[in-house]
Design a protein around this ligand. Sequence first.
Ligand code: DX5
Ligand code: ZN
Length: 212
Amino acid sequence: MAQIAPSMLSADFLHLEKDVDTVNSCADIFHLDIMDGVFVPNISYGFPVVEAIASKAVKPMDAHLMIVHPEKYVERFAKTGVAMLSAHLEAMDDPVSVTKLIRSYGMKAGIAFNPDVPVENVFPYLEYCDFVLVMSVFAGFGGQKFIESTYERISTLRHEISARGLDVMIEVDGGVSPANSSSLVNAGADILVAGSAVFRSDDPVAVVRAMK
Ligand code: DX5
Ligand code: ZN
C-alpha cells in the first residue's frame, strides 16, 4: 500500500497543531517543504516551524530541501528529528557526498529532481539513495497542476531500480490527489505527497483514506 505524505506547506499555520494531529491520525509521513528563495523563487518556512511540528509529530518527518548548498543544513535537520531528507540534484555539486552525509546521521537519503531533468540523470546515484523524489510540478509552490509525463518517468525509474536489484523508494510530489493516486502507484510510486488536495479539502481524513 502506498504511503501518504501530506505537505505541511498547505497546512493552516494559525492552527498548525490541528493539522499535525490530522497527519498523525490518518497519514504516514510529514512532508516538509524547505525553500530558500534562491533555488526556487519562493520562501516557505524554517526551523522554528519544523521544530514545532517535531514536538507533536508521531509519524516520521520527511524534509524536501529546495535550497542551494543543502549540505550546510544536513546536521541541523538531523537534530530536529527528521527521518528522511532529500536535496535537489540540480542544487548539488557532489550528490554522492551529500547523500553519504545524510546517511551518516542515520536519516534516509533522497534525491529530488524537477520535471525538466532527464530521469536518467539520477541513475548514477541510485545506489546512494534510499528514495528518489520525482517532482510532478516545478518545485516552488503548492497548488500547481500535475504534469502527465510523470507516469512515464516513474515507470522508467521503477524499471531501472528493479533491473539493478536496488531497494529505492519512489516518492512523487506535486498536484497529487485521489484522481491520480492509483495511476501513480500503478506506475511504481511508493510515497504520495499531497498538499492542497489534503488541506484545502473540507475533510482531509477522507482525502487521505481515498488516496490510500
Ligand atoms: C512544491 C512542493 C510540494 C507542494 C505540493 O514545491 O515540493 O510538496 O507542497 O503541493 P500540492 O500537493 O498542492 O501540489
Ligand atoms: Zn515537496
